[in-house]
Structures are given as structure tokens and as C-alpha cells.
Design a protein around this ligand. Structure first.
Ligand SMILES: [Zn+2]
Length: 535
């Protein structure tokens, strides 16, 4: 009986073992090859042998009444078969080469990220076959998508493959590029067109996908790339008018007036970014008297947001004209104009002189309209005699010719103005050498003779060079102002037939006034600026 019991016990054990084995072997099939597994199956096969003998014993000793036990032999046969199959499978399993992919079987990485192989192992019949595994891949990390790394072992009829999946993704948010995150507009302005650009590192320019939502105080921009990475930007809309209006003065910021002349407002404009033209709202304060002194005009204006602007104009009132012209006149500017009059230039020059309250001297010829000579005279300038023809070959052919020419221009002036002009300027100046070609030594004769006849002749000590190399009004201006000196009288040679001179005159006068010069016209008792005679 004791034997029986024992064998029953063993039998149940066997049952348990086999069921265990079933599970294990099915596990083994799906799991990678391991040494332990093969060892285990060795152990179980040993056990089976033991069981076999005990079963035999049991069959013999089981009484006939025990029906249950009679069925056993059939079952046992099944177990044997199963065991054999398991054993064979185990063997086959051991015979099959195995590849183990280490690390994650599915790897997610960002495009352009470098793929790092986390390793693999190969085993076959306890041998390391890792070096014989061929790794291939279709991975392209520049493009998003799913790729595979293939691990292959090929030997004889074995063709073993394992795979690792690589998913290349774009998880980088696109960028919205704005000129600025705030815009300042006028309170009632429409929202301006905003400039923006949307760039995705992977998808490139996606500006056309930007979605814009506008609100009273902000503009929201959003964009998504192909991988649904989304970026948003906000532009703050500032509707505060912070800009002050602009006042622009017409005329000069500093004005020079002669004593006695009244101030005339040259005008101004005021504009505001948000309110537009505010000229009507400008308030002008400050009185300008006609007596000598410095005065200030203040112009102020405010826009509807309360931004205030103020500009000032300085007015200097003094006597710029030299009245006691008999003296040498240090620091005096004598503007002298030759070769006119001329329609288009002389009239403009007269306008400027009038406007500036300045007197000058015009050495006239027989050219130009009479009315301009009349105007020169009427407006208080000195009408002086230059030459009638201004033809050197005629004028300097002889002494008689010279005086004949001089009489002609003298008569013209007398006819127009009734004035007997006694101030003269030789064509080419008293220092001219051009007369040598026509009459040797004539200038020495003429300079003495004209004085004897009661004329006063004037040359110059500042040359604007407007009849020479000065081709622009700024050159004329520079030649004049660079030649000025406070320590002498300045007789400036200019030609009122020149447009450059006409255009430079205003600045020359303003410069002279700002530098404290006085202006004078040549008069019969004015100190003569004369050159040395060269013929
Ligand atoms: Zn001349």
C-alpha cells in the first residue's frame, strides 16, 4: 500500500510538471532564446524518465475496480508524445540562431537627430554570432515618417530577421516673425496691415497658413505646421496718440529787420499725426517792435490728446544800413551788381533787397528794360555806370571811344531817372589787362581822367566769381562769405544777370546780418576801393 500511495503522489506530481512544462514551452516559443530554458528542459526530460517507471508500476498494481486508473495508460501516451514534441521543439529552438534587439523596439526621434543604435546580439548554439548580423535601414532623418532598422542573420537555410521601428517626427513649433509686438495707431484709425512671416523648420514658409484674429486692443496670430505643432503671437494695439503736433515755420527761424520796418509774419503750418492739419489752432504770442532789439515769437499748439508743441522765432531788429557812408566803413558790405539790368534776375534781386531792407549798387549797361533801371533808382539803390556796349574792343580802342561809351550809358540813366550818375566801374575793372590788346596804357590815362571829370570809380575786394568759375549758387555764396572781413569795407563783385547770384543772394544777406555786418550802397563820398592799374 505504501508503494501505491507513493506512486500516486508521483503521478500527481507528473501531472503538475507537464502542465507547467506546457506553459513554459509556449512561453519559450515566444521569448528570445536563453540558456536557462534549455537547461530547464533538460531537467524536465530527466524527471519524465522517472515518471515513466513509476507509471508502469502503477498500471500493474492498480486493482480492476479502480476505473479511473485504467484510463491512465492512454493519457500517458499522450504525455509521452507531448514530451517528445516539447523536447524536439526545445532542441529545434536551441538549434535556431537568435537575434536580440536591445533597447526600445520603437524609437521616436526628431528629424535631423542622429540615430544612435542601442545595440543587438546574436546567439547560435551558445556561440556569439553578433558580428555576422547584417544591419540595414531605410532611415532618412531629414524626412518625417516611419522607418525600420533590419537585423539579419543569413546562414545556409537560416534567414533570421529582426526589426526596430524608427519614427521620425517634427515636434518643433513653427515661428511667427513680426516687425514689432506693439503697434501704435491713432485712436480712431483702422488697424493697419501688419507684416508677418511664419516659418517652420521642417515645412518651410507657412505664412499663408497664419490665422489672424483682430480685436480692439490686440491682434492674435496663430499657425500650425503639418505635424500640428502650433505657435501663437500677440500684437498689442496701442491706440494712444503720444506724438506731438509738428509746427513748421515758413521763413527763417531768425529774422533780421531794419529799425523802423514792421514785422510781417511769414507764416507757419501745424500738422498732427492723428488730428491732421492744426494750423488754425496755433497760438502766436510775443510782440516785435520796430525799434532795435531782439524779440521772440512763440508758436504753440496742442492736439486733441493734449500733446503740446512749441517753437520760437527770433527777430533781431537793428540798423543794417550804413548811412554815414563817407567813412571807410569797416564791417560794411557793399553789394554791387554789374552788367544788368536783366529781366528774370534783376527784378528778383530787387525783391530780395526790398524784403531784406538792404540797399545795393547796380552798375548798369545799355542792355535790359528801362523799367528795371527806374525801379533800381526808385527803390533807393545806387544806379551806377558800367558801360553801354561792354565790348572791350570798342570801349578800350581809344580814350574818345571810352568816354563816348560812358556818355551813352550815362544818358540812358539820366533819361530814365533824371539822375546824373557819377559812380562808375570800368569794364573788367581798373586793373584789367584786356585793354592792352586795344590800347596800350589806356587804363592809366582813363583812371586819372575820370576822376578829373568828377567821376568816382570803384573796383572790388570780394569776388563772388559768378562770372568765372562759380557754377552754382552755393559756390557763389561761399566765395562771398569767405571773402568777408569785419576789419574793412567789403565791396562785393556780383552780376545781376546771373541766376546763381540771384539764388545765393538771400543767404548772403542773412549771413551778413547774422554776423553783424552792415549793408551800404556806394555813394559819391564812399571810400573808393580801387585796384592797381595794370595797363
Ligand atoms: Zn562787366
Amino acid at each position: 500500500m505504501a508503494v501505491e500511495k507513493k506512486s500516486v503522489e508521483v503521478k500527481t506530481k507528473v501531472k503538475k510538471d507537464t502542465s507547467k512544462k506546457k506553459v513554459e514551452s509556449s512561453k519559450k516559443k515566444s521569448s528570445p532564446a536563453k540558456k536557462i530554458n534549455s537547461k530547464k528542459s533538460e531537467v524536465t526530460s530527466k524527471k519524465k524518465k522517472t515518471v515513466k517507471t513509476s507509471e508502469e508500476v502503477i498500471i500493474k498494481q492498480i486493482p480492476k475496480e479502480e476505473k479511473e486508473e485504467i484510463i491512465l495508460p492512454k493519457n500517458n501516451l499522450r504525455y509521452y508524445l507531448l514530451l517528445i514534441i516539447v523536447l524536439l521543439l526545445g532542441l529545434i529552438y536551441l538549434m535556431i540562431p537568435k537575434i536580440t534587439v536591445l533597447g526600445d523596439k520603437v524609437v521616436t526621434m526628431r528629424y535631423y537627430e542622429e540615430y544612435v543604435e542601442s545595440g543587438y546580439k546574436g546567439k547560435w548554439l551558445f556561440k556569439n554570432i553578433t558580428p555576422y548580423i547584417i544591419v540595414t535601414s531605410n532611415l532618412d532623418n531629414t524626412k518625417i515618417g516611419e522607418y525600420a532598422i533590419n537585423y539579419q542573420f543569413k546562414f545556409g537555410f537560416f534567414n533570421l530577421n529582426k526589426k526596430r521601428i524608427i519614427v521620425v517626427i517634427d515636434d518643433v513649433d513653427p515661428m511667427i516673425i513680426l516687425e514689432s509686438n506693439t503697434i501704435n495707431i491713432c485712436p480712431n484709425d483702422m488697424l493697419p496691415d501688419i507684416k508677418y512671416e511664419a516659418i517652420d523648420e521642417y515645412d518651410g514658409d507657412i505664412t499663408d497658413r497664419v490665422i489672424i484674429n483682430t480685436y480692439e486692443d490686440k491682434i492674435l496670430l496663430a499657425v500650425s505646421d503639418n505635424s500640428k505643432n502650433t505657435t501663437g503671437e500677440e500684437i498689442t494695439v496701442d491706440r494712444t496718440d503720444r506724438e506731438s503736433p509738428k509746427i513748421e515755420l515758413k521763413g527763417r527761424e531768425t529774422m533780421y529787420l531794419n529799425v523802423g520796418s514792421s514785422y510781417r509774419e511769414p507764416g507757419y503750418t501745424a500738422t498732427d499725426k492723428c488730428d491732421g492739419d492744426l494750423t488754425d489752432k496755433v497760438e502766436v504770442s510775443g510782440d516785435v517792435s520796430s525799434s532795435a532789439g531782439e524779440y521772440t515769437k512763440t508758436y504753440t499748439v496742442s492736439d486733441s490728446a493734449g500733446n503740446k508743441s512749441e517753437v520760437t522765432r527770433k527777430i533781431v531788429v537793428r540798423n543794417y544800413n550804413l548811412y554815414n557812408s563817407g567813412s571807410i566803413g569797416n564791417g560794411v558790405i557793399y553789394l554791387t551788381f554789374d552788367d544788368g539790368p536783366n529781366e528774370g534776375t534783376t527784378n528778383v534781386i530787387l525783391d530780395i533787397l526790398k524784403d531784406e531792407g538792404i540797399k545795393a549798387t547796380f552798375f548798369v549797361t545799355c542792355k535790359g528794360p528801362d523799367y528795371l533801371i527806374k525801379r533800381i533808382y526808385d527803390e533807393g539803390h545806387t544806379v551806377a555806370l558800367h558801360t553801354c556796349s561792354h565790348d572791350y574792343s570798342e570801349v578800350y580802342a581809344s580814350v574818345d571811344n571810352y568816354f563816348n561809351d560812358l556818355d551813352r550809358i550815362s544818358d540812358r540813366v539820366k533819361r530814365i531817372t533824371g539822375y546824373d550818375a557819377k559812380i562808375i566801374r570800368f569794364p573788367g575793372g581798373s586793373s584789367n589787362t584786356v585793354s592792352r590788346s586795344y590800347s596800350y596804357g589806356i587804363m592809366s590815362t582813363l583812371t586819372g581822367m575820370v576822376l578829373d571829370k568828377g567821376y568816382r570809380y570803384f573796383d572790388w575786394n570780394v569776388d563772388s566769381n559768378d562770372a568765372g568759375g562759380a557754377g552754382s549758387s552755393s559756390q557763389v555764396y561761399n566765395n562771398v562769405i569767405n571773402g568777408l572781413s569785419h576789419s574793412r569795407s567789403n565791396v562785393i563783385l556780383m552780376h545781376d544777370i546771373k541766376y546763381t547770384t540771384r539764388d545765393a543772394l538771400r543767404d548772403i544777406i542773412e549771413y551778413g546780418k547774422s554776423e553783424g555786418y552792415l549793408f551800404g550802397k556806394l555813394e559819391n563820398d564812399t571810400y573808393m576801393i580801387r585796384h592797381s592799374v595794370n595797363n
